[in-house]
Design a protein around this ligand. Structure first.
Ligand SMILES: Nc1ncnc2c1ncn2[C@@H]1O[C@H](COP(=O)(O)OP(=O)(O)OP(=O)(O)O)[C@@H](O)[C@H]1O
Ligand SMILES: Cc1cn([C@H]2C[C@H](O)[C@@H](COP(=O)(O)O)O2)c(=O)[nH]c1=O
Length: 234
């Protein structure tokens, strides 16, 4: 009897492990506004899709699911000037939670490679440091929101934040979102936040010089992916 119960428990444990196993790879792309993340992700997908062992799913934050895209509109709307820092942090975390559960976990469970344009490090840098809410506080709410999911690798696109904003101004001068409209001090603080994360997580976060030409940034990114994520390739 005791043996039978032990057997049932063991079978359940194996099944539970199976539910928890995520076979895919999760890569996030981070950096100041206008660092070139979206541009480079698109280039990488074009160059790498035929070389990876599984399809690449490109997604973004805030966003990546219907509900998260709706939350994105609220967060980034320049009219929502009175939004307080805590509300902002919780909205990013809420959008992330829906994104993780609806989009990222199913893709990873299906063995896909997920490229996410921003993830938790954005909250740590923008809300934790930029808004002075504290890295530990932001980490705590996000661990709850994401069921503790962490990217396997993060590419940090390193650019002087003012140069990034200039790139955006050049292409859409009258269409800055609420975060882009923040002052230089805020963007500078966000940048120092990213630098802190880079030194705190050297195993996971790899720096790319985002001030180089698009071709050079792509080439650096490919090299990093080949070196640190070799199993992703055929
Ligand atoms: N290495 C580069 N050199 C010069 N211009 C670039 C480079 N990379 C991207 N750009 C240009 O900079 C602008 C912003 O790029 P992109 O939208 O890819 O940045 P992003 O990091 O995704 O921005 P955001 O943070 O707002 O999402 C685009 O006009 C793009 O063509
Ligand atoms: C995920 C996330 C994003 N942000 C900021 C960073 C950008 O200013 C905008 C997102 O716009 P993008 O054009 O898609 O880069 O939101 C943030 O402050 N906190 C976050 O967690």
């Amino acid at each position: 009897m005791k043996k039978a119960r032990m057997g049932a428990f063991f079978a359940f444990y194996i099944k539970w492990q199976g539910w928890c196993v995520m076979k895919g790879y999760f890569i996030s792309f981070e950096g100041p506004d206008g660092a070139g993340k979206t541009t480079i992700i698109n280039e990488l997908v074009q160059q790498l899709s035929s070389k990876t062992i599984a399809p690449i799913l490109v997604t973004r934050e805030p966003g990546g699911s219907k509900i998260s895209e709706n939350i994105r509109k609220i967060i980034l709307d320049p009219k929502n000037k009175e939004m307080n820092a805590e509300t902002e942090a919780l909205l990013y975390a809420a959008a992330r939670s829906q994104h993780v559960i609806e989009t990222i976990i199913p893709a990873l469970n299906a063995g896909k490679i997920v490229f996410s344009d921003r993830f938790i490090d954005s909250s740590l840098a923008y809300q934790g440091i930029g808004r002075d809410l504290g890295i530990d506080e932001i980490k705590q709410i996000n661990e709850f929101a994401t069921r503790h999911i962490t990217p396997d690798l993060t590419l940090f696109f390193d650019i002087d934040p003012l140069k990034g904003l200039q790139r955006i101004q050049k292409v859409r001068p009258e269409n800055e979102d609420r975060l882009e409209q923040e002052n230089n001090l805020f963007h500078q603080k966000v940048y120092t936040g990213y630098k802190q994360l880079l030194s705190a997580y050297p195993e996971r976060i790899k720096r790319v010089d985002a001030e180089l030409s698009i071709a050079e940034v792509v080439s650096q990114s490919v090299k990093i992916l080949e070196e640190y994520m070799p199993h992703m390739f055929k």
